[in-house]
Design a protein. Structure first.
Ligand SMILES: [Zn+2]
Length: 105
Protein backbone atom coordinates (compact mmCIF):
# COMPACT_ATOMS: atom_id res chain seq x y z
CA UNK A 1 0.00 0.00 0.00
CA UNK A 2 1.17 3.51 -0.74
CA UNK A 3 -0.35 6.91 -0.05
CA UNK A 4 -1.71 8.49 -3.22
CA UNK A 5 -3.79 11.37 -1.91
CA UNK A 6 -4.77 13.32 1.20
CA UNK A 7 -8.36 14.55 1.51
CA UNK A 8 -9.37 17.26 3.98
CA UNK A 9 -12.92 17.91 5.18
CA UNK A 10 -12.24 20.68 7.64
CA UNK A 11 -10.12 19.16 10.41
CA UNK A 12 -11.07 15.63 9.37
CA UNK A 13 -8.38 14.02 7.23
CA UNK A 14 -8.60 11.10 4.84
CA UNK A 15 -5.59 9.28 3.45
CA UNK A 16 -6.16 7.49 0.16
CA UNK A 17 -4.09 4.31 -0.05
CA UNK A 18 -3.46 2.26 -3.16
CA UNK A 19 -2.33 -1.36 -3.27
CA UNK A 20 0.78 -1.86 -5.40
CA UNK A 21 -0.37 -5.35 -6.42
CA UNK A 22 -4.10 -5.16 -7.25
CA UNK A 23 -4.35 -1.32 -7.52
CA UNK A 24 -7.39 -1.17 -5.21
CA UNK A 25 -7.69 2.22 -3.50
CA UNK A 26 -9.15 2.91 -0.08
CA UNK A 27 -9.58 6.05 2.03
CA UNK A 28 -8.80 5.80 5.74
CA UNK A 29 -10.32 8.68 7.77
CA UNK A 30 -8.87 10.27 10.89
CA UNK A 31 -12.10 9.63 12.79
CA UNK A 32 -14.64 6.82 12.81
CA UNK A 33 -17.87 8.01 11.10
CA UNK A 34 -19.88 5.56 13.24
CA UNK A 35 -18.47 6.81 16.54
CA UNK A 36 -20.78 8.35 19.20
CA UNK A 37 -18.17 11.05 19.85
CA UNK A 38 -18.76 14.58 18.56
CA UNK A 39 -17.12 14.99 15.12
CA UNK A 40 -13.90 17.04 15.25
CA UNK A 41 -15.25 19.87 13.07
CA UNK A 42 -18.33 20.27 15.28
CA UNK A 43 -16.18 20.07 18.42
CA UNK A 44 -13.81 22.79 17.13
CA UNK A 45 -16.65 25.18 16.18
CA UNK A 46 -18.51 24.46 19.42
CA UNK A 47 -15.36 25.10 21.46
CA UNK A 48 -14.74 28.45 19.77
CA UNK A 49 -18.42 29.44 20.23
CA UNK A 50 -18.25 28.50 23.93
CA UNK A 51 -15.44 31.02 24.50
CA UNK A 52 -17.34 33.66 22.50
CA UNK A 53 -15.01 33.48 19.51
CA UNK A 54 -15.52 33.25 15.77
CA UNK A 55 -13.88 31.92 12.62
CA UNK A 56 -10.82 34.20 12.82
CA UNK A 57 -10.14 33.01 16.39
CA UNK A 58 -10.25 29.39 15.25
CA UNK A 59 -7.87 30.25 12.39
CA UNK A 60 -5.48 31.92 14.86
CA UNK A 61 -5.41 28.91 17.20
CA UNK A 62 -5.00 26.38 14.39
CA UNK A 63 -2.30 28.50 12.78
CA UNK A 64 -0.37 28.56 16.08
CA UNK A 65 -0.63 24.75 16.15
CA UNK A 66 0.43 24.53 12.47
CA UNK A 67 -2.85 22.79 11.59
CA UNK A 68 -4.61 23.78 8.34
CA UNK A 69 -7.92 25.49 9.13
CA UNK A 70 -11.38 24.62 7.85
CA UNK A 71 -13.06 26.87 5.28
CA UNK A 72 -15.33 29.66 6.51
CA UNK A 73 -18.19 27.82 4.75
CA UNK A 74 -17.58 24.67 6.87
CA UNK A 75 -17.33 26.84 10.00
CA UNK A 76 -20.58 28.64 9.18
CA UNK A 77 -22.43 25.38 8.55
CA UNK A 78 -21.33 24.06 11.96
CA UNK A 79 -22.10 27.40 13.61
CA UNK A 80 -25.68 27.43 12.28
CA UNK A 81 -26.29 23.84 13.35
CA UNK A 82 -24.88 24.37 16.86
CA UNK A 83 -26.76 27.69 17.31
CA UNK A 84 -30.04 25.96 16.44
CA UNK A 85 -29.30 23.20 18.99
CA UNK A 86 -28.44 25.76 21.69
CA UNK A 87 -31.62 27.77 21.02
CA UNK A 88 -33.70 24.59 21.19
CA UNK A 89 -32.06 23.59 24.49
CA UNK A 90 -32.56 27.10 25.93
CA UNK A 91 -36.24 27.12 24.90
CA UNK A 92 -36.78 23.69 26.48
CA UNK A 93 -35.15 24.70 29.76
CA UNK A 94 -37.05 28.03 29.93
CA UNK A 95 -40.34 26.18 29.29
CA UNK A 96 -39.48 23.88 32.16
CA UNK A 97 -38.87 26.87 34.45
CA UNK A 98 -42.23 28.49 33.54
CA UNK A 99 -44.07 25.27 34.35
CA UNK A 100 -42.33 25.10 37.73
CA UNK A 101 -43.11 28.79 38.37
CA UNK A 102 -46.81 28.42 37.52
CA UNK A 103 -47.13 25.64 40.05
CA UNK A 104 -45.98 28.00 42.80
CA UNK A 105 -48.72 30.62 42.13
ZN1 LIG B 1 -3.96 -5.55 -3.19
Amino acid sequence: MRIVFEVRKGLRIGIELKCNTCFITEIVWSENPYSDKMPINTAAVSGIMTIGGGYSNLEDILSALDIPSMTSHTFQKGHSRISATWEETAAQSSNGRETTGDRGR
